[in-house]
Every structure is written in structure tokens, then in C-alpha cells.
Design a protein around this ligand. Sequence first.
Ligand SMILES: O=C(O)CCC(=O)C(=O)O
Ligand SMILES: [Fe+2]
Length: 411
Amino acid sequence: MRRALPRAFSTVALRSAELKLGTPADVPKAVQIAALDASDGSLTIRWHDYDQTSTFSSAWLRELGSVETSEGTSGSSDELLPPHVLRVSFDELRDGSAAARWRWIEMLAEHGTTIVEAVPTTVTRSGDAVAGIGSVVPSPARASEGEVVDGVRYVAELLGPMQPNIYGEIFNVISKGEKAENIAYTSLALGPHMDLPYYESPAGVQLLHCLRFDEQVLGGETYVIDAFAVAEAFRRAEPGAFEVLASVPATFIKDHSDRDYPVLMSYQRPHLAVEPLSRRLTGFFWSPEFEGPLRCEALSPSDVEAYYEAYRRLHAAIDRAPKLKFRLRPGEMLVFNNRRMLHGRDSFSLGDGGGRHLRGGYVNIDELSNRYNLLRRAMTGASSGAAVLGNQDWSRVGISLPPRSTPRSTS
Ligand SMILES: O=C(O)CCC(=O)C(=O)O
Ligand SMILES: [Fe+2]
């Protein structure tokens, strides 16, 4: 069932926005308005019990009251389209204008996938302040001019600090045969998945920099799928199965103690996270290679059966979903939102003396959210946007920030 949230403003909520000191617990149960005036694009309230007048701009009120439904995101039609991708050159990001950085981050936040072209293997840092937005884009580069850093780190840090993880901050995707700590480090096919699903905070943005992809290598194409679009189409087609996968906790597990950095991590949660009032989708967790048996004691045998039936259906829907596929070329870096897009790869054979080498890393999803919010406000003046971050934020858009200077109070 879908239910729209009320759009009316509660006087209590408006009053709470006026609290300069204190917390929501200090807001009285009932708040009365003595006089209202709506003119000049703003609303002025004289409070009954306070010797105070508050003015709220209509833009601020619109943001406070706006509730976006899932319709209108990609995937609103039953015919799913392949994900969008923005291609941008490394030089444009490095030396370019604020507009280039904003376009890249906006695309990443709103559509989930970008490719940065011609990224060098290592980058020498130089004063990296971007004209006009220097203060909202804290650049690590400015603190360490002249330092030589990995290309993955350089691009990652345009978004925020790298996310440490069990594969190290920067990892190499090379076929290692028997010694592989992960199926990704073989030449086998990888079905659609997210990385680090057994973390409380799975990888946010994933970067995969192609260092080598020889012509004789057969296969090995990388692809992405918009999991949120698939889930919305799945909900329309199979509402019952959707609800099962939004309520039964799956088990995500990584049990590998025989490695340099031993790991035993497990996390239970439903595949689909939904906000309980509107049932809007806020998160998608899917990584079949890292899923273990259901473990919830509260489940009955029929719940377990329903889970596996629903699982098979969603698995098939993901399989059918349109993929955006790339045979990455050396220098290209695929940068995508691991919380919203599933990714995978075709199997490959190296051919005669061929090699395939990707270098990867992650940035926490909160860093993308932060950078997107700041740039959006600096570039457009808006304080909420249409990002689908998959970060389990109940506002769906991932952000609902108070505008910079309103409301104003006069005593
Ligand atoms: O080899 C690829 O194209 C992707 C590997 C992968 O899934 C990963 O490193 O997370
Ligand atoms: Fe992966």
C-alpha cells in the first residue's frame, strides 16, 4: 500500500524550526497562532504564547512540505531503460570549473554512474582549489602539494576520504586463480551484485580504474544495472513478493579467516529497505555470492518458502533488467553508486599473453551526500534535490536541509 504523507504544515513543526536553543523535546504539545500574514512570497506568523514573530519564505516552506513519491524516478515505466552514464575527462575535473565538478557529482548522485576518461595511474597534486567553490569543496590536495598519489585516490578524494575496508583502501582486480580472496579476483563471470553487503555501511561510491585491458582478452565486460529502477518495476509487477523481500531479513556473510586480514562478518537485513509510512524504497541490498541461509528464529516454514519464491522472482527480474555494459579501456575509470547500482562482469579469458587489471576503491555514501548537498546549494541555491542515493534516508532524495538563512525571527 502506498500512502502520501500529509503536505499540510504543522504549527508545532514550524515552531520547532524557530527554536534557537533547546531541542524538539522543548516544543510544547500545542502551539497557537495569533496572526498570519502571507504576502511578498513569505508567511509571517505571530505566535500566541510567545512575544515573537516568525517569517518563513515560500521556498523554505515548499522544501519543508515537499514529499516526492517514487514515481518519476527512472523505472517509472514498465519498460526499463538502461542506466544513464556521464562521461567526463579527468582534465576537466582536475583543472576545470566548478560547473564541471558539479555536473559530475550531480550525475553520480542523480543517475548513479559516470566514467572519468584518461585518468593517469598516478597524479601529482597541485593547488586544486576550484574557482568560486573552494570553500565548499575541501580539497585534500591543497594540504599536500607536490605529493604523488594513485589515480584512484585522487579521483576518490574529489568526493571525500576513501572508505577503509577489508581489501585495503585501494585494491587490485587481477585474475589470481586459486589464491583469489574473492571471486572478483578470478576470470569467472560475476553476476549483478553490490560490494561489501555484509557491512553495516556497504561501500558507497565505487571506483574501478582500468590500467590494462589487452586486445587479446576475450570477454571481461563490466556492467551496471539500476537496482532502484528494477525494484520499482518489480513492486508494480509483484507487490506481494516485494513486501516479502522488504520484511524477511536475508543473511549477508563473509567468512574467510585464511587470508592476510582474516574476516568473519555477517549482517542480517531485508534486501529491500522501505520507509514504513509511504513505503518508498530507501535501500537495496543484493549480493548472491555473499548470502548465507536465512537465520531469523521468528520465521515460520511458510515465511521461508515465501522468501525463496520471492527471491527467485527478483533474481529473474534483475537478470532481465537492461544493463549498461563497458569494455573498459586503459585510463577509463568507472565511478558509480554501489548503494543504488548493481554491477557485474562477464567471464573472460586472457588469450595469448594478455592481461586485464583494474584498480579499485570506495568512498562512503555520506561523503557523496555531503559533497552533492554543498555543491547543489552553491551552484543552484537549492537545498534539496532529486538524488537517489540508496542510503536509507527517509526523505528519498537523501537530503532535506534547512536553507541557509531562513526562517528569520524578530522578537
Ligand atoms: O572485474 C570487474 O569488472 C568488476 C569486479 C568487481 O566486481 C569488483 O571489483 O567489485
Ligand atoms: Fe564487485
